[in-house]
Design a protein around this ligand. Sequence first.
Ligand SMILES: Nc1nc2c(ncn2[C@@H]2O[C@H](COP(=O)(O)OP(=O)(O)O)[C@@H](O)[C@H]2O)c(=O)[nH]1
Ligand SMILES: [Mg+2]
Length: 354
Amino acid sequence: MRVALIGLPKSGKSTLFSAATGVAVDPFAAPQIHRNVVKVPDERLDYLAKLFSPKKYTEATIEFLDVPGISLGDPGGPAEFRKVLPDIRMADVLAVVVRDFENASTPKYKDRIDPRADLGEVWDELLFADLEAVTTRVERLQKSLQKPSKTHDPDKHELALLTRCKDALESEKPLSAVLDNVDERRMVASFAFLTEKPLIAVRNVSESRIAEAPSPLSPHARDNLSVCASVEADIAALPPDDRKPFMADLGLNTSARDQLIRACYAAGGLISFLTMGPDEVRAWTIAKGANAVEAAGRIHTDLARGFIRAETVAFADLVAHTDMKGAKAAGKVRQEGKTYIVQDGDILNIKFNV
Ligand SMILES: Nc1nc2c(ncn2[C@@H]2O[C@H](COP(=O)(O)OP(=O)(O)O)[C@@H](O)[C@H]2O)c(=O)[nH]1
Ligand SMILES: [Mg+2]
């Protein structure tokens, strides 16, 4: 999964990126995209590792992108935004970071601290970017439809759909509300529309409000987080064993990094399944709703091609009965077929034949 941290300038995107990845960003470097792949911490893997002492321990991964601020009021701002748009379009989830912190040494955007208005401004840019892409394509299709061509029928079909998209965007509706079936989404997939992507609002609060409960900032956000990015970046820079006590002192249960990862999985409609054995314990990311063959294919195409069945046990059942032997004795190990919908935390052993 790829997550883009976006927002207005100086909202704390790079600071949150550091908190999420542990990678420091030079505040004086020229604006550019930073990327880092993070291992997704998973306590379930720790349990499995104790059972097997495996040779390899492989977490799922998530990639974070720190994208320079959207600053369209500035001269050159729109051009800068266009430059980073293709990278934002590659993301599966957008996390919009908005400023809600006091800091005398950080100039305020438009001389205000107004997270709701800031998020609204970013949202408008996302709508506008999609509208621009749709309009360009609509005009091209209208032109080509005036002449006979081999693609007349599919073009007409696409034009009808994109016209609906254009109408929606013009009345400030996101495309996630327009594209309501798989076929339509597939038809426009190559546009990688921004308002079709799940969005998370991250309110970056002052140190004094660090343990504040999140409150919704926009009806368009699937989830809302409230974090103090600067403290969280300090936490991420500590040796792992020192983090918990430091957080406890601040009244924090979950780090911004873990909150963000969890929210991205949920908003992105993703789950993990696990595999285990003496060679490797491993977590794999798949879409919620994926079946056993799709899960097998995630591991290796051979496993999907030669799929016979998936020996399955829920992680919670394994723990309740200590190990595989106990789970088997309790009748908790199931033999599932191709159409079985994999659940978060399922431990799979794919039986296959190629
Ligand atoms: N007090 C305070 N300052 C912050 C916080 N988050 C970021 N800053 C400061 O705000 C400035 C801009 O942050 P940065 O992450 O570079 O913003 P970006 O432009 O969105 O990447 C930096 O000087 C940060 O140290 C925060 O939670 N509290
Ligand atoms: Mg930055």
